[in-house]
Design a protein around this ligand. Structure first.
Ligand code: FAD
Length: 700
């Protein structure tokens, strides 16, 4: 690149959980190696940049949250660009590239990025680079890495165009047409550009990073003679391949232990999303039988003494800790068991090469090491390639070192996907598998993401049970596997299950129950404002609910609410209500069976349709297995509710396959009942979604 070209570009990120920010930081960091300067800001910092006057190329990294919404940090920005009075050439001066992050498990994949992209286009902005849409379901890096690789060439082209435009400032029209004709650049991964990238890095790093010699002393492969690759073992050609590994991320945190005593911060200080409430768990009920495949629990929280308010259909978040044994194990492996109760002070390393290095926001200024590992860091997170790259430097055994290099290398991408991502390997698994790897604490703080609070749908009504909030969850269980000899439970659901065990088994003689009733445990929660997943404002409007498994949870809240309204307003007109429920076995995991019968008997629920996917049947015609199959049996009724009576359709559950299966069924119903082709039916469904009459609350 010609050195006289202007090299600044504006880099905006809109992040919900920190991923978009981390990727923007990576772009920022790499920019230096390409002789460019990224002026990076959170998209919410609208006083620090101005797209109306921006002349340099703009790069936007934006994630998606909720049901296809842009992250909270982008709300103001989106509102601003969605102003309908803006003229169509409002951003005609703008060249931009956008990287959207999302999860295809959810219906509105990457919708945050798509929304911004579409609106910028409508306002005349030009792509200087193809939009990338990265899918967390299969691994963000599959799109993110090549997208970043290609960005540099695209930026260089954009700078050239910018220079042309400046030199032809007398002929604005001519320039703008050349801009619109600019080819959108899609770049192949290029080994030489990767090496070039490394050349621009610290020279000392370069020699260790670009491994151009075939390695023959990989004892992990040679000694076993095994031909099957695994987390710790590679086979040819990878084991003999030259590797391109990412540049070593610069360390930027300095950890100091303090000899002082005191209190750890309150959990509320960990949350920036609003007020937290510490509330007692007053009831715990196991909803499934002992032999059910998954265990579902209902918990009741007492919110009477708080300002916490909710509507049926809302979700809220539970602040949860990491598993205490895993924290202890980590401390022990790191050689820090003695330091667990010591207060930790973090400083940004002087002279660090990490640009814009700051104190990680999710770590309190002053707290003990145990507190940080328990409440702040997602120690079960799947290590990113940059983390693996950093771990290489803390690994002494040559074979282990090589394998870690492979796993973060370009050549080892499919091994990374198979043995790290798809195997859900976490830091502790790695430390067991690579015993000579002993990272320092600062590395963990730099690379482990924030421990996220978990969301749950409310399963009660504040009218029906004032001062109470109920929710339902399945205990997530991960069976033992080759990389982890013992089974594990989900971080939050495992912790909650343990916490409420004395409530579930009140007679068990545990220390907590000694001398009487079990002690009341408290958990910290905060609101997760949503949301359109609420009952229709007009009670006379009919609605259909589809909620297999724990997906039934919000509908219990709907029905409780509806029952109370019916009792209190006998003169109101109430629309018909349908519930499609499914589970595996009628006698093991039919959640809320008795409650549903009562709702049916008292007329709150008009139609209840159930199916059991694993129960055998002797009937001549096999009964439907899944909710989507049952819905098809009621095609005419569903069409009537949705189309003739302008009713609502709610879907809630934990499986993409269920939600997709249900929407496929609805498309088929619309197509048959309206006598239109499938494409037309899909458009009608899209309109129903747009009108917020087809609503989903789906989680994985
Ligand atoms: P985690 O430890 O976070 O594990 C969850 C996922 O991580 C697994 O599914 C898997 O993909 C992966 N994973 C982690 N470790 C492993 C491993 N060793 N092996 C294999 N896979 C692994 N859930 C409910 O039960 N009820 C609800 O009402 C509910 N409502 C929700 C509402 C919303 C708006 C959202 C976003 C989610 C909702 N969820 C609900 C899901 C809930 O938030 C949690 O994701 C769920 O309870 C699991 O949390 P966990 O911490 O126990 O599991």
């Amino acid at each position: 690149m010609c050195c006289d070209l202007k090299r600044r570009f504006l880099l905006l990120y809109a992040t919900q959980k920190g991923q978009a920010k981390a990727i923007a930081e990576e772009i920022w960091q790499q920019a230096g190696a390409h002789g460019l300067e990224a002026d990076m800001h959170c998209i919410s910092e609208m006083d620090k940049y101005n797209l109306e006057t921006e002349k340099d190329p703009v790069v936007i990294v934006i994630s998606t949250t909720g049901t296809g919404d842009p992250p909270d940090t982008a709300r103001k920005f989106v509102k601003k660009i969605q102003d309908t009075t803006l003229p169509p050439d409002h951003f005609a001066h703008l060249q931009y590239g956008l990287l959207g992050l999302g999860d295809s498990e959810y219906t509105f994949f990457c919708n945050g990025g798509k929304t911004v992209d579409q609106r910028l286009q409508e306002l005349g902005a030009q792509h200087f680079y193809d939009t990338g849409l990265a899918d967390d379901c299969v691994g963000l890096e599959l799109v993110v890495d090549p997208w970043i690789d290609g960005l540099w060439l695209a930026l260089k082209e954009a700078f050239k165009l910018q220079k042309e435009r400046e030199s032809m400032s007398s002929d604005v029209d001519g320039v703008s047409s050349s801009l619109s004709a600019a080819p959108q650049i899609v770049h192949e991964l290029n080994l030489s550009s990767e090496v070039q990238n490394l050349k621009l890095e610290d020279k000392e790093l370069r020699s260790s990073d670009v491994l151009t010699q075939k390695l023959v002393d990989i004892n992990l492969v040679a000694s076993t003679g095994d031909t099957e690759p695994s987390l710790v073992r590679s086979v040819p050609p990878l084991s003999q391949s030259a590797l391109n590994i990412p540049a070593l991320p610069p360390e930027y945190i300095e950890v100091q232990f303090q000899d002082t005593h005191g209190e750890n911060p309150h959990l509320s200080s960990l949350i920036s999303e609003g007020t937290t409430f510490e509330v007692p768990v007053t009831k715990a009920v196991q909803l499934t039988s002992k032999d059910a495949i998954k265990t579902a629990l209902l918990l009741e929280l007492d919110i009477a003494d708080t300002d916490f308010d909710y509507q049926p259909g809302d979700a809220f978040c539970v602040i949860c800790p990491n598993n205490v044994n895993e924290v202890e194990e980590l401390l022990q492996i790191l050689g820090l068991s003695e330091k667990g109760e010591c207060f930790v002070c973090l400083k940004v390393k002087q002279g660090t090469k990490k640009k814009g290095a700051t104190h990680p926001q999710h770590i309190p200024e002053r707290s003990t090491l145990k507190f940080i590992l328990t409440w702040c860091l997602e120690i079960r997170a799947i290590p990113k390639k940059a983390f693996l790259r950093a771990l290489v430097e803390c690994t002494s055994e040559v074979g282990e070192k090589r394998r870690l290099q492979e796993l973060c290398s370009r050549q080892g991408a499919s091994d990374y996907t198979r043995f790290i991502r798809e195997s859900n390997v976490c830091l502790l698994d790695l430390l067991h598998a690579f015993p000579s790897c002993r990272p320092s604490l600062n590395l963990l703080i730099e690379h482990l993401p924030k421990l996220q609070a978990r969301s749950y749908s409310v399963s009660s009504s504040n009218l029906y049970q004032p001062g109470k909030l109920r929710f339902v969850f399945s205990i997530v269980e991960f069976p033992a596997c080759p990389t982890r000899p013992v089974s594990q439970k989900g971080v939050c659901t495992g912790w909650l299950a343990e916490l409420v065990a004395p409530l579930l088994h009140p007679n068990k003689n545990t220390p907590d129950t000694e001398g009487g009733s079990p002690s009341i445990e408290k958990i910290s929660i905060f609101a997760r404002p949503n949301n359109t997943f609420h009952l229709p404002a007009d009670p006379s409007v009919p609605f259909v609910m589809v909620g297999p498994g724990t997906g039934i949870s919000p509908f219990i809240g709907f029905l409780q609410h509806r029952q109370k309204l019916r009792e209190e307003h006998t003169d109101w007109e109430f629309g018909e209500t349908w519930l499609f429920f499914g589970c595996r076995h009628q006698d093991r995991d039919y959640l809320f069976k008795d409650e549903l019968r009562c709702f049916l008997e008292n007329g709150t629920l008009t139609h209840l349709k159930v199916c059991f996917s694993r129960d055998s049947s002797t009937a001549e015609v096999a009964p439907p297995k899944y909710v989507q199959d049952v819905i098809r049996l009621y095609a005419k009724e569903v069409a009537r509710v949705l189309l003739t009576e302008r009713g609502y359709f709610y879907v809630c559950g934990d499986k993409k396959h269920m939600a997709d299966g249900v929407s496929d069924a609805v498309v088929d119903i619309l197509s048959t009942e309206m006598e239109v082709d499938k494409l037309e039916a899909m458009k009608i469904l899209a309109m129903l979604r747009e009108a917020k009459r087809y609503l989903q609350d789906v989680w994985t």
